[in-house]
Write a new protein. Sequence first.
Length: 97
Amino acid sequence: MQLNHGQANEYRRRHDEIWPELVSLLKSAGISDYSIFLHEDTNSLFAVLRRSADHIMDTLPLEPVMQRWWEYMADVMASGDNNEPIVEPLERLFYLE
């Protein structure tokens, strides 16, 4: 994901105040141990999370609270027409269990 220039503090503030209903939705979808990192030189955001074997992450875009969150965040990061953050898949080059 890509953060807009100068928006790191605002992005952090909004996530520090993440909506309880969004936290509940993410957990009920099978998400845990979720972190988002910022590479300051490029404003790139990198998310890492664990998901259960029976996760339902693919249904999150259909949820009204997710859609409201994306709308809320659209002014601080690169987003598509539906306000969904633009993400680029990364190739895993190494994994250690």
